[in-house]
Each structure stands twice: as structure tokens, then as C-alpha cells.
Design a protein around this ligand. Structure first.
Ligand SMILES: Nc1ncnc2c1ncn2[C@@H]1O[C@H](COP(=O)(O)OP(=O)(O)OP(=O)(O)O)[C@@H](O)[C@H]1O
Ligand SMILES: [Mg+2]
Length: 419
């Protein structure tokens, strides 16, 4: 992504820290004080990618700046800083609200502003339609032909034990790949029983695959996952299979598996969070996976469940695609011991992060956006880098999977650790 310049209209006390973060992210921060400054800047420069404006101190000036950003010739996204108490009272902005704009409430941290800017700029490059309660409805991505290049990777996050971090890892890996790695990501909530990806991302009542395919019966349409998905503010396309565990007969396993495979021609990554069971829907998807991440917490029930899954995977002939992600890894248990017992290489470890994931979910965001500097987000970044490394080396497609990468070949010690 080309790094653009960011116009910043903030009080001097805040400008310093924010401009430092913006510069660190590789953007050029440009201070503006008045609407006149902004007008001159927009005349002079064509590379202003975004403006950060303060609506708290001089509301009229902000309105003027806002109009300049969204006149007939341009539509530059604005990140508008407001007081928390003013936020509730705002409905639109001078009647010209743009779907690309966002609000941030004081107090905010300069780092969080930086990641918002990154996410907004990524999103600004994507086609958008209407907005509703903070959700951006994406235009259906076009389906490229086979000839357009390699297809994306299907990554399943699975462990038959509940509460080991499947959803947490799926949501945050998706956000990391999309926001910091510049990848196009479809995050699929395939847990039709207890799935809560959409609600943990603050997206209530999204259109589900069950809704869409039921409507298709009447209309004769045949909607793809890319067209049914709803885009989160962080840019990730989110797809929920069904809102209720009842009436899911429409989700015919083979059709779902095929739709996931088709989505790989539109997205770089399709990350699938699953309900912990071995039903036909899950089996159909396992078969299509390039990689299966198995989160394991260092406790006996989770380790036992992972061992069981490894055995099932041998029967399903997908064992080579499995890799353990040791979650809540800083509890004193040796990762090497876990690898030996579970019989899977550990792709990476994710430390325990207290209430941080819960807090981010309560705010409807991933922890990658909400706590970008935390060490645990560094762990998520490492996980994603390793996923990208295995993709780029082509191991998954050559059938070697994770074991090929981390232990030098199919028949060598399957517990060989990632380096
Ligand atoms: N590394 C971590 N540090 C702190 N909390 C974590 C960590 N990983 C997961 N959690 C928390 O543990 C709880 C269970 O995690 P999560 O919902 O991701 O598990 P799951 O495997 O998807 O469960 P289920 O099988 O019920 O869907 C959540 O509250 C989550 O925030
Ligand atoms: Mg879950």
C-alpha cells in the first residue's frame, strides 16, 4: 500500500504524540490549524489519504474542514475526535457523513489512533456500499478467473475441547492478516451452535448464509460467500453460517465446503472457526483445509482432546495439515513436552493476556486493533508470519503441510519444533 500523507488538526498538546506515531507508521504527518490551511493543502497535494480532525474545540471549523474533505471532487476519509458525551448526540455530521469516516472518543492513545488510521486507509481502498451501526457493507468482491493467480489458503481453527481459544485466535489472526499484513481475509463463523464471532466484533444481526440460501430458494439466485459476508470496520469480511442452531438443513455440507473453496479465489485467507464436533459439516470442511490450527491450553482435558483429534485426523488423512498453537503458554508447562504428548509441532505460542481479549470483544473490536502494542499481539503477529511463511514455501500445497516445514519432511519426527 502506498503510504500517503495525513492531515492532522489536533490541539498542539496532542499533535506531538500523534504525529510521532503516524510518522512511525510510515505516513507523513502534516499539521493544519484552520480550514484555510486544509484548503491550501488539498490544492497543493494529491496524496492526502486521511485527515484527523478535532470536533470538540471548534465545531464550526471542523464542519468547514469536513465539507472540504467531502466535496464533489474528493472523498477523503476523516477520523473525527469527539468527547465521549458528545458521541451519543451526534447523528451524521453536517448531513454529509461518509461511510469511510470514523469517530474516536477522548481520551484516546496515540498508538490506538495510529492503528485506526492504518485500518481506515486499507479500507478506503475497498469498494463500500451503505453503512449501518458501524458496519461497512462491502460490495461483493468480483470473482477472478483461475488464471488470475494462486488461490488463497483455507485455515481451520479446531480443537474438540471448548474454551481453548479457537474463536479468539481466529478473530485476531484474521484482523492481523488484514490490518498489518495487507491480506484480504474472510473470517467464517462455522460454529452454528455457540458461535459468537459477529457479536464479539460488535456486528449484531448480520445476514447469514442460512438466511441468504433460504432466500435464494425463492429467487433462484446462487449467492457466494463473498457476496453474503459483511465487512467489519477493520476490513475483515465476516461470514456467519447461521444465527440459530435450528433450521440449518440448508447448510448442506458439500455445498458449504464448495463455497469455502470458491471464496479462496477472492480472498488471500479464509479463516474458519468451528464448533467442537466431528459432524458431517466439519468433516466436509476439514477435507478442504490447507492448514488446521489446533489451539491447546496447557491442561490435561485440552491436551487429551488434541490427541484425540490427531487420531481422527490420521483416519481422515489430514494429519499433515495440523499444527498446534499453544495458548495461554506462559503457565510453566514446557512446549516441548506438549509437542511430545500431543504429537504435533507447535507453530507458535500465545501468552495468557488476562482480560484483554474479553475487553476488546466487549468493545466490538479485535485485540489487534484495541491493544496493538501488547505482547500478546506480537504473538499473534508471529503466528500470522509463520502461516504466511508456510504458504509462501508452498509446503501446504505440495502435501507436506506443517510437518514438512517444521521437521524437514513427512516421515521425520512429527514432534520436531518450529524454529
Ligand atoms: N491467550 C489468552 N489470554 C487470555 N484469555 C484468553 C486467551 N485465549 C482465550 N482467552 C479467553 O478464553 C475464553 C475462551 O476462548 P474462546 O471463546 O476463544 O474459546 P473457544 O475454543 O472458541 O471456545 P468454544 O469451543 O466454546 O467456542 C474467552 O473468554 C477468551 O477471551
Ligand atoms: Mg468458539
Amino acid at each position: 500500500m502506498a503510504r500517503s500523507a495525513i492531515a492532522i488538526a489536533l490541539p498542539p498538546a496532542e499533535f506531538g504524540a500523534v504525529s510521532e506515531q503516524i510518522a512511525e507508521a510510515g505516513f507523513e504527518p502534516i499539521e493544519i490549524r484552520t480550514a484555510g490551511d486544509l484548503e491550501a493543502l488539498l490544492h497543493e497535494r494529491r496524496d492526502i489519504g486521511l485527515a484527523i480532525v478535532d470536533s470538540e474545540n471548534d465545531f464550526d471549523a471542523t464542519l468547514e474542514m469536513y465539507a472540504l474533505l467531502h466535496d464533489e471532487d474528493r472523498d477523503i476519509p476523516a477520523l473525527i475526535v469527539v468527547a465521549a458525551q458528545a458521541f451519543d448526540q451526534m447523528s451524521g455530521f453536517g448531513g454529509k457523513a461518509s461511510v469511510k469516516d470514523e469517530y474516536v472518543t477522548r481520551p484516546y492513545s496515540a498508538e490506538s489512533l495510529r492503528w485506526r488510521v492504518e485500518a481506515m486507509l486499507i479500507r478506503a481502498e475497498m469498494p463500500v456500499g451503505e453503512t449501518e451501526s458501524g458496519i461497512i457493507m462491502s460490495e461483493p468482491p468480483t470473482e477472478p478467473s483461475e488464471a488470475e493467480g494462486p488461490r488463497g489458503q483455507i485455515v481451520i481453527v479446531f480443537n474438540p475441547k471448548g474454551g481453548v481459544g479457537k474463536t479468539t485466535i481466529a478473530v485476531n489472526a484474521a484482523a492481523m492478516l488484514q490490518i498489518r499484513k495487507g491480506q484480504r481475509v474472510l473470517l467464517v463463523d462455522c460454529d452454528t451452535v455457540t458461535g459468537h464471532i459477529a457479536s464479539s466484533l460488535g456486528m449484531e444481526h448480520v445476514r447469514t448464509v442460512a438466511d441468504a440460501w433460504t432466500e435464494d430458494l425463492d429467487t433462484g439466485a446462487d449467492e457466494t460467500f463473498a457476496s453474503i459476508a459483511t465487512q467489519h470496520l477493520n476490513g475483515v469480511s465476516v461470514l456467519v453460517m447461521a444465527e440459530s442452531p435450528l433450521h440449518t438443513e440448508i447448510l448442506e455440507p458439500k455445498k458449504v465446503a464448495e463455497a469455502i473453496t470458491a471464496a479462496c479465489r477472492v480472498y488471500d485467507w479464509v479463516i474458519v472457526d468451528m464448533h467442537p464436533d466431528y459432524g458431517l459439516l466439519n468433516q466436509g470442511i476439514f477435507e478442504r483445509a490447507d492448514k488446521i490450527l489446533v489451539p491447546v491450553t496447557p491442561d490435561v482435558p485440552a491436551i487429551r482432546a488434541a490427541v484425540q483429534f490427531r487420531e481422527v485426523a490420521v483416519e481422515l488423512q489430514i494429519r499433515d495439515r495440523l499444527a498446534m498453537v499453544v495458548n495461554r503458554a506462559n503457565s510453566g508447562v514446557s512446549v516441548a513436552d506438549m509437542e511430545r504428548v500431543v504429537g504435533m509441532p507447535s507453530l507458535t505460542e500465545i501468552r495468557s493476556a488476562g482480560m484483554l481479549f474479553v475487553q476488546a470483544a466487549n468493545e466490538g473490536r479485535s485485540a489487534v486493533e484495541r491493544f496493538p502494542k501488547e505482547k500478546v499481539i506480537g504473538d499473534i503477529e508471529k503466528l500470522c508470519s509463520r502461516m504466511m511463511d508456510t504458504r509462501d514455501s508452498g509446503a501446504a500445497k505440495s502435501g507436506q503441510g506443517f510437518l514438512g516445514i517444521f521437521s524437514g519432511g513427512r516421515n521425520t519426527n512429527p514432534t520436531g519444533r518450529a524454529t
